[in-house]
Design a protein around this ligand. Sequence first.
Ligand SMILES: Cc1cc2nc3c(=O)[nH]c(=O)nc-3n(C[C@H](O)[C@H](O)[C@H](O)COP(=O)(O)O)c2cc1C
Length: 348
Amino acid sequence: MCFYQYNFDSTCCFLYNPAMKKKKTNPSDTWQIGNTTISGRVILAPMEGISDQPYRTICRRLGSAISYSEFINAMDVLHSHPYRVDQRASFLPSERPVSIQLFDNEPDRIIKAAEVIAQLEPDFIDINMGCSAKKVSNRGAGAGLLTTPQKIETIFRELSHRLPIPVTGKIRLGWDGGSKNYLEIARIIEQNGGAAIAIHGRTRKQAFSGYADWDAIAEVKQNSSIPIIANGDVKTNADIDKILAHTGCDAVMIGRAAVGNPWIFNRVDADQVPYTARYQLMKEHLLAMTQFYGAETGIVLFRKHAVYYLKQYPMTREEKRKLLSTRSFLTFFATLDELNLGQREVCT
Ligand SMILES: Cc1cc2nc3c(=O)[nH]c(=O)nc-3n(C[C@H](O)[C@H](O)[C@H](O)COP(=O)(O)O)c2cc1C
């Protein structure tokens, strides 16, 4: 299996605003998954369409403690679907520790796919038991696996014996409010060799509605001896400390609030990031995406990030359309320069 390895280190001059130096790691910020030491307790969540290699590299450099891949369908691995697998499973050495995430409803396929992916030598393999999308969970994959604990048992028992690296899991609270089985699932994962669990404090039925239940996450932490990573509704720097204190978890995983705000991993809130730093980071990000995906696809995929990077800046519908229909790195930034957004009052 071929995988992409671009080196973006030459572009790192775009990344830092001198006023926003990377926080030094405090020794109490280190913890372990298996034998791997993790420095830092804030982690970019796996997000399909967002946490690809270019974005993970940026977040990792700004402080995200682990690089989780977007989820990968075990069937695609076994049928060598190059677009989905090679891109999603590729990572840079600077991203380590790296976790590649798999999903499926069939333990046999997950096990075989994990053995293939392990050859790429990530630090961990993660099993997705949290995806609420109908096309995934209704076939018993993602959060659908929570309804078949015996499959989870098989997956973890087999993988923890067969793989040379730790296997971890990402779960939700259960299928719905009437079938919350997170304590049972966490126990099964731990007893069958799972090395860590990330838990999103919602059920599959909730999808992204309501609130994440941090009390339930705390319960999992209290009842486990492996590292537990808390996830759900962390929106600000202050929330990071709140969820860690509330749950006692080893680390926190941030999804939606990290889109357009990779500075959260450096403990900086979105409204504290000056326009110049945003502009420079967008340059690095778009350049990385065009190198990774090719010029045409790179700019198209970058548009959703651009919307989030610039969401605080007022733009007319026409201005937005003009910016987001540009087709190259140069025209995107020429259009952005014309808009002079840095001079506009931000929306809070
Ligand atoms: C666009 C998007 C894509 C996602 N893709 C994945 C995925 O591939 N694997 C996964 O485990 N979770 C995925 N998630 C769920 C997140 O990892 C996370 O659990 C969820 O967003 C809750 O965290 P938050 O409140 O910080 O956003 C995705 C979420 C979003 C918004």
